[in-house]
Write a protein that binds this ligand. Structure first.
Ligand SMILES: [Zn+2]
Length: 503
């Protein structure tokens, strides 16, 4: 009897461990074109490496934020990146991904295009406009840093969504044996002026009609709020019109101001409709993309890189990704450390907490593959180098700056010594030359940058990446997606991934 009990206990333990392993099913990575190379042999080598590390799903970039594409499109040949006119990168990626049993979801940066992109050149009217009628590319991140992408309006029809983006997705699904499509930038811009788009002519009318702010059969009717109940907002359910009588004479800026700051009941609540309308436009695109792709290939999957909190991203970038669950099989929130405050240890706690909530948001309807990066987790390792580079970038370094630089360099040289005596010695010599004014600031800065670009193995300790992935598993996510192949290559972290992911 005891033996039987023991046998049953062992069986349960085994089954339990199998089940725990099975729930962590997705091992994915984002890949930039350059990471795969420019010929078949490079691509095969790359997929061999991914296979060795245990990856079973990949997201190779096929449409960048500048609008350039990386497949041999019949419909949009003018958008093909000049480096890949001869070599069909996606064709090779599909071939070798499948050779090694890896699923492939080509990754599209959905709504940004470039100033020189064919879509924007052919159809400038498809671009998003701010209240002043300006493009996103006229915004500035700060005084000296221009913002490059031209974001396209998701609402306008016919427009970018139905004439360009969805046809691109259809073409990939029709012409390539892909397993899925991966959405990124499936939203409004968030880093510059998140509240300023879109106020194109089409959108301005759309806010009024979509929210039924007037009767299109009786456009002259002005109906104000009927107050029956004492509390003003309690009268919300009675009809009213919210199109101002002088709407047609108002400037774009005045219309935008009304939509952002106007009142429908007893407070300035019209912006609610503005934000909801933006969310609905993005969700409509997600739904239509999936429906159209499924018409071509019924078992096609969709995945999406989304922001960590669907409630907050709904408000700020029109990305209420809880609305995508019926059309996106794999949700990959970008749980990068850069979106969290505090130490690395704090990050691990916050990461686990957020993943647990993201699983709830997914309701078991989409699989949650947590996105993490091999870059931002190394804040502590990078910071003293970046700080030194920053000091060196100023024309004249004050005495305090010089002291600080010496302190940082001493620390950096000692750190580098742990991984490469030779390179630490070289850096020490370069720094000595700098102190004797034999070399310029820029030369020393470049030497420091060179070490960050090509650090010795161990410089970015694998333990941090391993603990991050361990936390993702512990939190109960169904998978992990690593950002990105180029960073893993640069930071010499492939062996760490092999440890964490390979069976
Ligand atoms: Zn618009």
């Amino acid at each position: 009897m005891k033996k039987i009990m023991l046998f049953i206990s062992i069986l349960f333990i085994l089954l339990g461990s199998v089940r725990a392993e099975d729930t962590f099913k997705g091992k994915g990575i984002w890949i930039h074109p350059g990471d795969m190379g420019k010929n078949e042999a490079d691509v095969e080598e790359f997929f061999k490496l991914l296979d060795r590390c245990g990856f079973n799903i990949v997201f190779p970039l096929v449409k960048g934020t500048g609008g350039k594409i990386f497949w041999h499109s019949q419909k949009f040949p003018e958008a093909i990146h000049s480096d890949y006119k001869e070599f069909d990168l996606l064709r090779a990626a599909v071939k070798y991904a499948h050779k090694y049993g890896i699923k492939i979801h080509p990754w599209l940066c959905d709504f940004p295009e470039g100033k020189d992109s064919p879509a924007f050149k052919q159809h400038p009217e498809w671009a998003m406009l701010n209240p002043r009628g300006g493009l996103t590319s006229e915004e500035k991140l700060d005084q000296d840093r221009p913002y490059n992408p031209v974001w396209m309006c998701p609402v306008r029809r016919p427009g970018y969504t139905d004439q360009w983006l969805i046809p691109m997705i259809e073409e990939i699904v029709r012409d390539y044996e892909v397993d899925g499509i991966h959405h990124d930038y499936v939203r409004y811009p968030g880093d510059v002026a998140p509240d300023s788009y879109c106020f194109c002519d089409y959108c301005l009318e759309h806010y009024l009609t979509y929210n039924h702010f007037y009767y299109h059969n009786r456009p002259q009717d002005q109906i104000s709020l009927k107050k029956v109940l004492p509390r003003e907002e309690a009268n919300w359910h009675n009809d009213l019109t919210l199109k101002p009588p002088d709407w047609d004479k108002m400037s774009r800026e005045e219309k935008a101001d009304y939509l952002l700051n106007g009142k429908s009941l007893n407070r300035n609540d019209l912006d609610y409709y503005f934000y909801e309308t933006r969310c609905d436009a993005i969700t409509r695109f997600v739904r239509e993309a999936t429906e159209r792709a499924r018409n071509i290939k019924p078992d096609i999957e969709f995945s999406a890189a989304v922001f960590i909190n669907p409630m907050r991203s709904a408000r700020h970038i029109g990305q209420r990704w809880t609305d995508f669950l019926d059309w996106v099989e794999v949700m990959a929130p970008m749980n990068y450390r850069s979106h969290f405050q505090g130490s690395f240890e704090d990050y691990l706690v916050y990461l686990e907490d957020y993943i647990q909530q993201q699983m709830k948001w997914c309701e078991g309807r989409s699989s949650l593959y947590a996105g993490v990066t091999g870059h931002y987790i190394y804040l502590e390792e990078r910071e003293p180098w970046e700080e030194a580079i920053h000091i060196l970038s100023s024309e004249k370094i004050a005495d305090a700056g010089r002291d600080k630089l010496s302190e940082l360099m001493e620390k950096n040289i000692a750190y580098l010594e742990k991984f490469s005596l030779k390179r630490a010695k070289q850096l020490n010599n370069t720094f000595k030359s700098f102190l004797k004014n034999k070399i310029q600031n820029e030369k020393l800065a470049e030497t420091l940058r060179e070490i960050l670009r090509d650090p010795p193995a161990g410089f970015f300790p694998e333990e941090k990446l391993l603990r991050t992935i361990e936390t993702v598993k512990k939190a109960g996510a169904e998978g992990v997606v690593i950002f990105a192949a180029g960073i893993i290559q640069r930071n010499k972290l492939w062996p760490a991934l092999e440890k964490a992911l390979a069976k």
